[in-house]
Design a protein around this ligand. Structure first.
Ligand code: SF4
Length: 370
């Protein structure tokens, strides 16, 4: 609850978030810059508990990096690669199906595709039953409509709403696909295509607290217009050897918690808010205090190709640590419970695959196997 020692503007901002009123930009800035951390976390956790209860979800998935080719040069990226003589730039269909099949045997239900041209041509759900979720970068309306034929959901991180980061030396310098207006257009087009959509922000890449707030407000506006955002990820930058930002400071746990809590209050109790457990070492259960209700995709089969140095926790350990923090870990599908029974979001071709895996409450059905 708002504490008596907090300034009036912080109290009124906390009240707006707690009461489910739209938090204004000014309120959000107060929360980001002035609210005492513990008070802020309590408010965000209370909103999460009221709407989501004490269930925290994850998706059991395989990660399929169709290609590492990329025309951008983000300052924090270890994923991209230039074409190399003698190196096959794309996974073959057989390689994709081998990974998907290994995932199916391990109980996975999601195939997460990153990048690559025309992932819709691979149809893994037909061979393995895994539900595809693609992150193919910027897309137009027609691309999204085609992708929707074979993907139960798709994603594009907004990352930041700050065009400033594209200036010389910034995190998005030489990254033409990271222009915020273009990414917001794809997010909007996804809404027009009725595609259940994942987006989020990447923090600690040179943005100001106000710019973080602006990114969250832009996501809220897109969702208000189309109602298609199924989850918002709050992801911290991690410094790694060999990247342009190798020496840049990483956001600390408290900074990540504060940003998650502000995201919860801006986006409200109905939104699914995720932060990956593998980017915060052993302290990851502390993110639950900030109002998340999802851990994201966890793979028992493949590593996290975007953050290959960060091992995912074992699902048994994630279950135990989530329980110790007072929550129940639930497996979800690549399409969230709020979307998976709505015909405008699941086309006729994918519906039988979704129905086979979906329990009555929308989470993965107990014992369901692809
Ligand atoms: S973060 Fe994504 S867009 Fe940026 S360089 Fe890496 S693969 Fe390309």
């Amino acid at each position: 609850m708002p504490d008596v020692a907090t300034p009036y503007n912080v109290d009124s901002a906390l009240e707006a978030g707690l009461e489910g009123r739209a938090v204004s930009r000014e309120d959000a800035h107060s929360l980001m810059n002035e609210a005492p951390l513990e008070t802020l976390l309590q408010a965000a956790a209370a909103v999460r508990d009221r709407f989501k209860g004490r269930s925290v979800s994850y998706s059991r998935k395989v990660f399929i990096p169709l290609t590492h080719l990329c025309r951008d040069y983000c300052g924090y990226c270890t994923f991209r690669a230039d074409p190399q003589a003698g190196v096959q730039p794309y996974m073959t269909t057989d390689e994709v199906l081998a990974v998907a099949e290994a995932g199916r045997r391990a109980g996975c239900k999601e195939a997460l595709f990153s990048l690559g041209d025309q992932p819709e041509r691979l149809f893994p759900e037909e061979k393995t039953g895994l539900l595809p979720h693609s992150n193919p970068g910027l897309m137009g309306l027609e691309d999204l409509r085609r992708l929707r034929e074979t993907n139960v959901s798709a994603g594009l991180m907004l990352e930041s709403a700050s065009p400033r980061l594209g200036r010389s030396g910034g995190a998005h310098w030489k990254a033409p696909d990271k222009v915020p207006s273009l990414r917001l257009r794809t997010i909007d087009d996804a809404g027009q295509s009725s595609m259940a959509f994942t987006t989020g922000i990447l923090i600690g890449i040179g943005e100001t607290p106000e710019e973080r707030v602006d990114a969250l407000l832009a996501i809220r506006a897109a969702h208000k217009k189309h109602g298609h955002i199924q989850e918002v990820i709050v992801q911290p930058f991690r410094a790694k050897p060999g990247i342009r930002m190798a020496e840049a400071p990483e956001p600390c746990k408290e900074d990540l918690q504060r940003t998650i809590a502000v995201a919860r209050l801006i986006l409200g109790g109905n939104m699914n808010i995720q932060s990956p457990p593998n980017l915060l070492s052993e302290d990851y259960p502390d993110l639950l205090k900030a109002g998340i209700n999802d851990w994201g995709g966890i793979s028992p089969v493949t590593k996290d190709f975007i953050n290959p140095e960060a091992a995912w926790p074992q699902i048994s350990s994630l279950t135990a640590r989530t329980a110790f923090a007072g929550f129940v870990l639930r497996e979800r599908l690549a399409i969230y419970p709020e979307f998976s029974s709505r015909s405008e979001f699941v086309n006729d071709r994918l519906e039988p695959h979704v129905r086979k895996l979906r329990g009555e409450d929308g989470y993965a059905r107990d014992g369901a196997q692809c």
